[in-house]
Design a binder for this molecule. Structure first.
Ligand code: BGP
Length: 478
């Protein structure tokens, strides 16, 4: 009987700005998320131009991982993690983005963190860019729409490839850069997360988003070449946020719309896997009067910088509808589709669809034939703490159990090459889309509340032991 690989990677993913805190310590510069204040689901979050006293900026303290990482890594090790995905905050390394010399203290923090993980046999997977960029790059250069940023990013990437050489094998160039498709209306939230700019303030959004999409794709393939030149053992991937869209009815218009909405997320995956920036996208730009600055030398990088593996983040599916069949604006999903009436939704309105994970694993594997790792998956919920500091999160166990079961089916029955499962937020951290602490994902509860209060103490939830057993049995307990 086929099972998951013996060395299957089990663990979780976290991101610097959502957990580290210490936003002004050891020479760190301001990063884009340091200017994002708390918001809530459905309401655009608020972004200020500078830090204002008295407001709550969730990234400023995070869960104080910067000072408590040893305690947290120990807890991950207790669960049996053999992999942890972290991200590097660019503004710790180059506080304004274009300094000549990197900030040594920032580098040393990540060296200590990686060493701590390795001491427990936890394989680090390192994301270079997870919604984190020095604010100065946006102010001075206009963010990723400017090709110059590619060189600044490569300088940062090279610094980290060298600083963590022979310690880190798995590198991720970007997290979820795919949320800003130039041909669809983006939200302020997604353009801010990806590039530190607000969609509603752009004068020529299609052109700007097309530049951003191209420049980030090119930066990724160039970074992949660099990583492998520095160490041939480096494996380079990119992480995409992938959402399947289902047709609301079998009407061919709905079916076509669902296909198009699903594939909207893929043009950059194509660019990084097929060895060239896709011609269909270039044609689309031409017919929409969008000009992309493509240099002749780029071609070689798209070919040589193809990815070694694909990471994808999966949370939910949505539905496409063109026929006005009972769809209302209240029924809208996060990614521009509608909520599927056959699915339950989370406390934050995200549809729960474990089978969608199997569907996407199949689609992605058959299209790219590359090893895949699930780099994020999880349930954001408002946990209750009992008088004895217990958290009985059966709903989280059910969510994760159902998704891992579908992943196993994709591997065992459908032959998909999936080499790991990293759930999102193994320890409670700040929500990326709302800035809340209340929206919790972890196996470990952190006593920190939305008003900034709390001891920051850590407590094991019921799901902690459940995941420990899943890992110990290499998924057989499911
Ligand atoms: C992904 C991001 C993560 C994470 C997750 C959950 O898109 O890569 O950073 O936060 O979504 O979203 P949220 O925290 O808003 O619930």
């Amino acid at each position: 009987m086929k099972t998951l690989k013996e060395n299957f990677l089990w663990g979780g993913s976290i991101a610097a700005h959502q957990c580290e805190g210490a936003y002004q310590e050891d020479g760190k510069g301001l990063a884009i998320m340091d200017l994002a204040t708390q918001g809530s689901y459905g309401v655009p979050r608020e972004f200020t131009k500078q830090v204002e006293p008295g407001k709550i900026y969730p990234s400023h303290e995070g869960i104080d991982f910067y000072h408590r990482y040893k305690e947290d890594i120990k807890l991950f090790a207790e669960m049996g993690f053999n992999c942890l995905r972290i991200s590097i905050d660019w503004s710790r390394i180059y506080p304004s983005g274009d300094e000549e010399v990197p900030n040594q203290k920032g580098i040393e923090f990540y060296q200590r963190l990686v060493d701590e993980m390795l001491s427990y046999g936890i394989e680090p997977m390192v994301t270079l860019y997870h919604f984190e960029m020095p604010v100065e790059i946006v102010r001075q250069y206009g963010s990723w729409a400017n090709r110059k940023i590619i060189d600044l990013y490569l300088k940062f990437a090279e610094t980290m490839f060298k600083a963590l050489n022979n310690k880190v094998r798995y590198w991720v160039t970007f997290n979820e850069l795919n949320h800003v498709d130039p041909m669809s209306k983006a939200s302020d939230m997604f353009t801010y997360l990806v590039a530190g700019i607000k969609y509603s303030e752009l004068e020529n959004p299609k052109q700007i988003l097309a530049n951003i999409g191209y420049n980030m794709s090119l930066a990724s393939v160039k970074a992949a070449c660099l990583a492998r030149n520095i160490n041939a053992d480096n494996k380079v991937g990119c992480v995409f946020g992938i959402t399947p869209f289902y047709p609301a009815t079998p009407h061919p218009d709905d079916v076509l719309a669902a296909f198009k909405q699903t594939m909207r997320d893929f043009y950059q995956v194509d660019a990084m896997c097929f060895g060239q920036f896709p011609q269909y996208k270039i044609n689309e730009y031409i017919s929409n009067d969008i000009n992309i600055n493509i240099l002749e030398e780029d071609e070689k990088f798209f070919f040589e910088g193809r990815l070694d593996f694909l990471g994808f983040n999966y949370y939910q599916s949505e539905m496409s509808s063109t026929l006005n069949t009972k769809q209302t604006s209240e029924n809208r999903g996060l990614h521009g589709g509608y909520i599927n009436p056959y699915l339950e939704v989370s406390d934050w309105g995200w549809p729960i669809d474990a089978k969608g994970l199997r569907y996407m694993l199949n689609l992605v594997y058959r299209r790219y034939n590359l090893p895949i790792i699930i780099t994020e998956n999880g349930l954001g919920a408002a946990d209750e703490v009992t008088a004895n500091n217990e958290i009985i999160d059966d709903y989280r166990i059910k969510y994760l159990n159902d998704h891992i079961r579908e992943l196993k089916k994709a591997v065992i029955e459908d032959d998909v090459d999936c080499f790991g499962y990293l759930m999102w937020g193994p320890i409670d951290l700040v929500s990326a889309t709302t800035g809340e602490m209340k929206k919790r994902y972890g196996f470990i509860y952190v006593d920190k509340q939305d008003d900034g209060s709390g001891t920051l103490n850590r407590y094991r939830k019921k799901s902690f032991n459940w995941y420990k057993e899943v890992i110990a049995s290499n998924g057989e307990s499911i």
